[in-house]
Write a protein that binds this ligand. Sequence first.
Ligand SMILES: C[S@@+](CC[C@H](N)C(=O)[O-])C[C@H]1O[C@@H](n2cnc3c(N)ncnc32)[C@H](O)[C@@H]1O
Ligand SMILES: [Zn+2]
Ligand SMILES: [Zn+2]
Ligand SMILES: [Zn+2]
Length: 459
Amino acid sequence: MTADGIDGLGRFESPGKGRGLLVNRAYRVGELLFVCPAFSHVLSVSERGYTCEHCFTRKEGLSKCGKCKKAFYCNVECQRGDWAMHKLECSAMCSFGESWCPSETVRLVARVISRMKVQKEPSASEKLLLLKDLEANLDKLDNEKREMNEADIAELHHFYSKHLDFPDHQSLLTLFAQVHCNGFTVEDEELSHVGSALFPDVALMNHSCCPNVIVTYRGTLAEVRAVKDISPGEEIFTSYIDLLYPTEDRLERLRDSYYFTCDCKECITKSKDNVKLKLRKVDGDEPRSEEVREMLRYARNAIEDFRRAKQEKNILFLHPILYLYTVSKFCASLLTPPAELLELCELSMDKMGSMFEDTNVYMLHMMYQAMGVCMYMEDYDGAVNYGEKVIKPFRQLYPAYSLNVASMYLKLGRLYIALDRTSAGSTALKKALAIMEVVHGKDHIYVKELQKEISTHQK
Ligand SMILES: C[S@@+](CC[C@H](N)C(=O)[O-])C[C@H]1O[C@@H](n2cnc3c(N)ncnc32)[C@H](O)[C@@H]1O
Ligand SMILES: [Zn+2]
Ligand SMILES: [Zn+2]
Ligand SMILES: [Zn+2]
């Protein structure tokens, strides 16, 4: 931890929440609170060839590592800069061949261990909190979680023992627990997964389902911006989870991954739950609560079944047109054929649709997935159809400045343009831009590229 901290911010003990961050001056919507470089980061395997391993810049014409031919860089500087990390994997990938498959978490932990060995002074990512002091919630782990940590440790030994001296077992257990509740997934403007990283100072922020800040990424930097006006002395809260879902689902997710019960305004008042779970009336009557519970069980299982079907095995697909980028990411790990995936979505929507309105979040979840499958199948009309059904309820259910809403407008806008519906396309892209200017900042590369994209289609 450096003595000078971060201007405008302070670390404090937040009652019932452990340590937290507060502001000691006022911030307006869109204002940048702070920037934090990654302590360690790792590019997702599915991004290889499209994004630089070192600086996370996505561009064409990257050069590959001559040895493993798997890591790609902007230039020699990026390659040199990355070597301390890449050497943990370069020769191992060659010797393991096809069977080299550590999880992204294990890859990140290997990098953290390697960096901690050489890092003697607190880094620029640890102005308020040292990596070694991250919350681990060790006392809250159940047997299942412990076993998962043990499996991670075994994987780490299996893939990295040649190039890494490991700390003792207890330190490794703590490190994995810390990474699980403090790790960040880096996403692009369409919310496609780019990689994983640790930002200790950013991890000091507690969660709220009505957050006043949002974290976005500029390469391997995390940036924190206000999405509400914040008064001096107020705690800053980010959201750890997707805010689409009703209170019961959010609380379950937060307890399972982060071991706390959220007591934010939304979790107490549940003010959006009725709209999120909107039911159809049959002959003027609401369905019986028992039937609703049964359908909710079905919906949650259907979501889980679909998730598994989508991600059973890693098969890489080529990226099609860059601006329909999410398509390929969506199917980067498809085992089930897309037509079958679409059928899964449609079947569950048919069944749920007898009781749930189209604006019910479980219907929206399936429509969103169906949109992704349609895009992959290049059925852009189908994709637009689903996108148009989703966008309005998204606006209503998500907070005013939401990355989920912005990315939905982006996808829709780009689809319209691919279908030569230029005017609808520009309108949707402008809506995405209005949100992104606030959450990413006006000088962000995504914002600049989007402005260019809009002006191209206005000519
Ligand atoms: C990323 S850390 C946030 C910083 C943490 N409070 C600390 O002292 O390091 C996540 C952990 O903080 C706690 N936490 C975060 N948000 C919370 C909330 N709204 N209520 C209670 N605990 C919370 C939980 O223990 C959670 O696992
Ligand atoms: Zn680079
Ligand atoms: Zn290499
Ligand atoms: Zn909450």
